[in-house]
Design a protein. Structure first.
Length: 155
């Protein structure tokens, strides 16, 4: 019987990427920008700004964003499709976009700082002690000013 040795790997939790870089097939909302850098749209259909609220299952507090109607550009996705019980469904989307990415970035950061722990605690299996304790320590550490300071200025 041959026993293989699996190496013990140690990583900084701050080095983990919890998102996918690049585009996901079928989830490209627009082709008007050549990079993943967020830029404000400059051809609005209306000067009227509307406020929308987005809710998530793990928090009672909605995320509030400002949106404006834009002039559709070739490559903008104006419909959303999905399958339900093997049946393809689709809905037309009105052409609205975030009015200011700079303002939205601050709103998202504030929301994540205030509601992020609720997301982790509602999605992590409490029976997985190692994962639960690791994420609890990460959440606790992320709320500590020195950890945030160290993370921002390390190289």
């Amino acid at each position: 019987m041959k026993v293989s040795k699996i190496p013990c790997l140690r990583y900084r939790i701050t080095d983990a990427r919890l998102f996918k870089q690049g585009y996901l097939p079928g989830h490209i909302w627009t082709t008007r920008f050549q990079t993943m850098e967020l830029n404000d749209i400059d051809n609005w259909n209306s000067p009227e700004v509307k406020t929308i609220q987005i809710t998530y299952d793990y928090s009672d507090r909605p995320l509030t964003l400002q949106v404006r109607q834009f002039k559709p550009h070739e490559g903008d996705m104006l419909h959303r499709s999905w399958k339900h019980d093997g049946v393809k469904k689709s809905v037309l989307l009105p052409p609205y976009a975030i009015a200011s990415f700079e303002a939205a970035e601050k709103i998202y950061k504030d929301y994540i700082n205030q509601e992020g722990d609720k997301f982790f605690y509602s999605t992590i299996d409490g029976n997985n002690k190692l994962l639960w304790e690791t994420m609890s320590a990460a959440i606790k550490a992320s709320n500590h000013a020195m950890v945030c300071f160290f993370y921002l200025f390390r190289q």
